[in-house]
Ligand binder design. Structure first.
Ligand code: ZN
Length: 172
């Protein structure tokens, strides 16, 4: 909780001075990127239910906060399934979480632009990813049901409004 609150405070603090015109964007971006990197690791641990295991509300508030501060990342509740799949099948063609951030690809200009922007990277590589998943299903390495779940997750995971629906579904 201390790391969580400290990181958010630092981001809010730097952004406030940037908005007042008292901090250069060249300082703001690496500064905030550092603290958001910490939040990204915190999100990973929360996905594994490492903190506040018995307090789902606190956990959800933390997940929501780390997501909303990094709105171009995927919904962390949906990421949980992709992430557990990654731990089970790391390095395979159907490790969709890692492939979603271009891991396993040769370095190129395309990868350089696709890595920091999940939407752009996803659109650029959609054809090859879909082809690989279809082949994995055909070769018996991935069930058709799992492939369809990935398709649903990938479709809605970047939509901020999806959060409301998912949380509503969890609590009822
Ligand atoms: Zn993990």
């Amino acid at each position: 909780m201390t790391i969580f609150l400290l990181s958010i405070s630092m981001i809010v603090f730097a952004s406030f001075f940037y908005l007042k015109g008292q901090l250069s964007v060249w300082i703001l971006i690496p500064f905030n990127a550092f603290w958001m990197g910490i939040l990204h690791e915190l999100e990973h641990d929360l996905i594994h239910w490492m903190y506040f295991r018995k307090n789902k509300i606190i956990q959800d508030i933390m997940l929501f906060s780390v997501w909303i501060l990094r709105p171009l990342t995927i919904n962390p509740w949906l990421r949980r399934e992709l992430h557990f799949h990654h731990h089970k099948y790391s390095g395979t063609l159907h490790d969709v979480e890692e492939r979603g951030v271009t891991n396993g690809e040769k370095w190129s200009l395309k990868r350089l632009f696709g890595t920091p922007d999940l939407i752009f990277g996803g659109i650029m590589r959609a054809k090859i990813l879909v082809k690989d998943i279809r082949n994995e299903v055909r070769n018996g390495n991935l069930s058709k049901e799992q492939a369809l779940r990935f398709k649903k997750i990938k479709t809605i995971s970047m939509v901020p409004f999806g959060l409301i629906a998912i949380q509503f579904g969890i609590y009822i």
